[in-house]
Each structure stands twice: as structure tokens, then as C-alpha cells.
Design a protein around this ligand. Structure first.
Ligand code: NAP
Length: 494
């Protein structure tokens, strides 16, 4: 059944070659160029994807523009029904998609399944929430100096064509979290999936197609971001860019996008402050979960813990105990493996290992881990890390957690606020009042008190400041961001 449902998207060779979706048909590119997708799990070729040409991008974007107004004028209840059907199909194919995603990006079986099920729930929630988004009317005489006589009719309208660019680490969820709200608000969408993760994302696009999204309204173009990205981002037919990825890519794209509206989720390098009165057992477990889930390849992973040396010494044995219980590095396809599988590629693992070794050379102490076998990096803990060391000065997207010694909470706050990142931070304390006081001084999008950073629940606002992002996501916030306000002002004859 899955093979039949998904059959148009790839050929029947082994390994197969995937097609791109021009909004109407699954096609091979005229470029005749393809990209091998290598599994980080066993280094085999999972499949190939197309490298689309600029001419093909033009055709896709022209079709997206032409189809958009018909879609925006389609009854909302119809768009809502299509989204619920998408969610149902995702649940239906969850096992099939889990196996694919695990092989493609090395996410452990449970985490891959969790991403897929959560995506179905998220799409249902968008479809429910969109029905409460309403316009308003405003009267002129509320403003000083104005009489009655003008009424503004304020509506939420679509931007037009939304370019959705997703990262490798949540290829299904972070594609759907852009596609669904954009479609519900009446936009057409062109997806540029991550190269590694494209296979999972293309399956998602097929589900949207089968659920009834009309021709031209959703399409997917593949190719390496660095090669085709600039052309798409700066294309005049793109009205808005919704991007998730690293801060460096985000900065580059923002320059190309000129005055198009942006919704960006970028790198995170999230710290945790542990106050002396924290419940050390809970804190240790939250730190382990936050640091090592999906091998530390989450924008919301905990990357460093700031605390006083005596607190660090109390925490370390508890963290080691929690690691024994909660973490088992290995093959992500095995149900025995917990939290840590291979990172996305051997090159990525080599980079992580280098950054760890550099920190050690600069004076940090290796407490656990530090070794690498191909793409599998051991869960690693360092102490004595300084804010200037690359391992925490830049985002290290892997299973590495650092302790930074501080003399006071003020010093911890200062270090966090000096970072180029500002996604989330955690504060651990039994006194929620003290936690709030610290939280109020941190220049980040969200502060978690007694919990590790995380995105969900998905209707909470989610945002980064500084190089961690632009705009706010979260079900209602995303729907609002994927639309713009338009007013029609009725001037009554005097
Ligand atoms: P990435 O290398 O920045 O790539 C992200 C996406 O951008 C991919 O689809 C990539 O395509 C594309 N891209 C690359 N260069 C481009 C260009 N010049 N123009 C247009 N698109 C371009 O990030 P990643 O390694 O996939 O993902 C990990 C990063 O994402 C981490 O920094 C993580 O913190 C961040 N992230 C942030 C959040 C959040 O919510 N804040 C959530 C998840 C991930 P290719 O794959 O073809 O290169």
C-alpha cells in the first residue's frame, strides 16, 4: 500500500531516484544531475534526488503565482478538511515514514516516530485554530481629532507565494510547520527541503498532494541549498521566506531576500543556569535529556551549563547516573538505542570531534566521551569550558555538553547575554520566584524554569532573538505570520 501511494515520487530501481514536484507532476530534471543521499547509519546510498535548473524553478514559481488566488478564494472549510486528511494520512503511514527517516537522517526509531506523530497532531491543531482567526472593523473617531465617518475593515490575507526552507534535523515536522499554516492562510508554497532529509520531506509533499491540495499550490524543488538557494530566495515571484536552519545560512538568505517578509528559526546554543537550591536529581535528568536527545542535533539542545564549581561537583555524578539510564549510543534502528545515534554525516562528526579536542587543548577537561567512530560521536561532557572556546562560542550541533564555571548568577547572565544566539535558556531552582527574576534578565526568546529547552507544546510561542531568528512561530503565531493585514477604509459621505 505505501509503495502504491508513493510510487509517482521515485523510480523502481535500487537505489531509486526521487523526482521533484512541479506542483502538478513528479518530474526528472532536465539537468540530468542527481545527488546521492548517503545514510549516516550505514554509509549506503538511500536514494538520489534531482538537481533542478533555474528554468524549472521559474516554471514552478510561475505556476505557484497563477494558482494562488484560486486557492485563497477556496472556502476555508475546504482547506481545513484537506489538512485534516493530511494529518490522517501521516498517521496512517507513520511506521513506513519512521523507517525511512531513521535510515535517511539517523534519528532513533522512537524519536523519528515521535516527530511524525507530532506533525499529524500539529496539522490538525493548525486546521482547528485557523478558524478563530478573524478580521475586525475600526472606527475613526477613537483617534483624537477625528469624527465618525471612516471605518477600516481589517482582514488577514495571504502573502502570495511562500518559500519554505527546512533543515535536516526535523525534515517532516519543520516542513509541515511551514506548509500547513501557509496553505491554511491561502498562500501557495514552494518547499526547498534539506538535501539530507529530502526523501522524508518529499513523502510529506505527496501526502498533501493526495489529500487534495490543488495543482500548482504546493511544489517541491530539490538541489543543494548553496547552489539553487540564492536564485529561489531572490526570485521576484517569492513573496515571503519561511526558513529554519543555521544562523550562517539565515544571515546569508536574509541579505538575498531584500524586503520580503521573513520568518526565520536559526541556530540555538542554549545554556542552563543551575542555582544552588535546585533539585539536583531533576536537574541532572533534564540536562541529560536536553543535551543528548537526537544526538544533540536540536536547535533547542542544552549546550552548556553555567554554575558554581561546588554545584557542578554535586551535579556531575548525578548526570553520569542519568546518562547510564537514559542514553545508549548506537544504531538508531535498534530499539535498544536511546537518544544518541550517528550525527548527520561523518564530516559533521569529524567537526564535532575537532571542536572538542580544541577545547581540551585550550584547557577544558574531558569528563566522559570524546571519541568518534565514523559518524557516531560519543556523548561527551567537558568541564572548565570558557565562553570564548569554539565548542560553545559557536553552535556545536552534536552530543556535547559543557560546564562553564561562574562565581555568581550575574556572571552567568552576562555570559548568556553576550552570546550571538538567543533561542532558549533554562533556569533550575526550587524557588520559582528567583527563577522568574533570572528569566527576566535573559535576552532569549524563551526561558524554561526547571525544564530543558524545547519547542513544544507547539501552540506556545517559539522564537529566537539575535542570530537565533526573526518572527514568532507557534500555532496561532505561525498562522498570523503566514498572512498579512490588509485594510479597506470606507469613507462615508459627509
Ligand atoms: P543549514 O545548513 O543552514 O540548512 C538549512 C536549509 O537551508 C537546508 O534546506 C539547506 O539546503 C538550505 N540552504 C543552505 N544554503 C542555502 C542558501 N544559500 N539559500 C537557500 N537555502 C539554503 O542547516 P541544517 O544543517 O540543515 O540544520 C541545522 C541547523 O538548523 C542548526 O543550526 C539548528 O540550530 C537549526 N535549527 C533551528 C531551529 C529553530 O527552530 N531555531 C530548528 C531546527 C534547526 P541543503 O540541505 O541543500 O544545504
Amino acid at each position: 500500500m505505501p509503495d502504491e501511494f508513493f510510487s509517482p515520487i521515485f523510480d523502481n530501481k535500487t537505489p531509486s531516484t526521487y523526482r521533484y514536484f512541479d506542483g502538478e507532476q513528479w518530474r526528472e530534471s532536465e539537468s540530468r544531475k542527481t545527488i546521492p543521499i548517503i545514510s549516516p547509519v550505514d554509509n549506503t546510498i538511500v536514494a538520489y534526488t534531482q538537481v533542478v535548473t533555474e528554468k524549472e524553478i521559474d516554471a514552478v514559481l510561475n505556476h505557484a503565482v497563477v494558482s494562488q488566488s484560486g486557492w485563497e478564494n477556496t472556502a476555508l472549510n475546504k482547506r481545513v478538511s484537506i489538512m485534516h486528511l493530511v494529518a490522517d494520512w501521516i498517521r496512517h503511514f507513520q511506521d513506513y515514514l519512521t523507517v525511512l527517516m531513521t535510515r535517511e537522517i539517523g534519528k532513533t526509531h522512537d524519536e523519528a516516530k515521535g516527530e511524525i506523530v507530532r506533525t499529524a497532531d500539529l496539522i490538525d491543531y493548525y486546521a482547528q485554530e485557523v478558524q478563530s482567526i478573524r478580521g475586525e472593523t475600526l472606527d475613526s473617531d477613537n483617534f483624537p481629532g477625528f469624527e465618525k465617518g471612516k471605518i477600516a475593515m481589517v482582514e488577514h490575507v495571504a502573502h502570495g507565494v511562500v518559500l519554505a526552507i527546512a533543515p535536516f534535523n526535523y525534515p517532516v515536522n519543520l516542513s509541515a510547520s511551514k506548509i500547513a499554516p501557509a496553505l491554511l492562510m491561502g498562500n501557495s508554497v514552494v518547499l526547498k527541503p534539506p538535501t539530507q532529509g529530502a526523501l522524508s520531506a518529499l513523502h510529506l509533499v505527496r501526502i498533501f498532494e493526495k489529500a487534495g491540495v490543488p495543482k500548482g499550490v504546493l511544489s517541491a524543488v530539490t538541489g543543494v541549498g548553496n547552489d539553487i538557494g540564492n536564485y529561489i530566495v531572490s526570485h521576484p515571484n517569492v513573496s515571503m521566506v519561511a526558513f529554519t536552519g543555521s544562523s550562517d545560512t539565515g544571515l546569508a538568505i536574509a541579505g538575498k531576500a531584500a524586503m520580503k517578509p521573513l520568518l526565520f528559526e536559526c541556530g540555538g546554543n542554549n545554556p542552563a543556569i543551575v542555582l544552588p537550591d535546585a533539585d539536583m536529581h531533576t536537574t541532572a535528568r533534564e540536562i541529560v535529556k536536553g543535551a543528548f536527545q537526537y544526538s544533540g542535533q536540536r536547535c533547542t539542545g542544552i549546550k552548556y551549563v553555567l554554575t558554581m564549581p561546588n554545584i557542578r561537583d554535586q551535579l556531575l555524578p548525578l548526570i553520569k547516573d542519568a546518562m547510564t539510564e537514559m542514553v545508549k549510543a548506537g544504531d538508531p534502528r535498534s530499539l535498544e538505542t536511546k537518544l544518541v545515534g550517528p550525527v548527520i554525516s561523518e564530516d559533521a562528526a569529524i567537526h564535532i570531534e575537532e571542536v572538542v579536542n580544541e577545547a581540551i587543548l585550550q584547557g577544558a577537561t574531558l569528563i566522559v566521551g570524546g571519541k568518534r567512530t565514523k559518524a557516531l560521536m560519543e556523548p561527551t561532557i567537558l568541564t572548565g569550558v570558557k565562553p570564548t572556546m569554539r565548542v560553545i562560542a559557536k553552535e556545536t550541533f552534536g552530543p556535547v555538553m559543557s560546564f562553564v564555571d561562574v562565581a555568581s548568577v550575574d556572571e552567568a547572565i552576562q555570559i548568556i547575554n553576550a552570546s550571538e544566539y538567543g533561542l532558549q535558556a533554562s533556569v533550575f531552582t526550587k524557588d520559582e520566584g528567583s527563577g522568574i527574576v533570572v528569566a527576566q534578565q535573559l535576552n532569549v526568546g524563551t526561558v524554561q524554569i526547571n525544564g530543558s529547552p524545547q519547542r513544544g507544546p507547539d501552540h506556545f510561542p517559539f522564537l529566537g532573538v539575535k542570530h537565533s531568528g526573526v518572527g514568532v512561530q507557534g500555532v496561532r503565531y505561525s498562522l498570523e505570520a503566514m498572512s498579512r493585514v490588509k485594510s479597506v477604509i470606507i469613507n462615508k459621505p459627509q
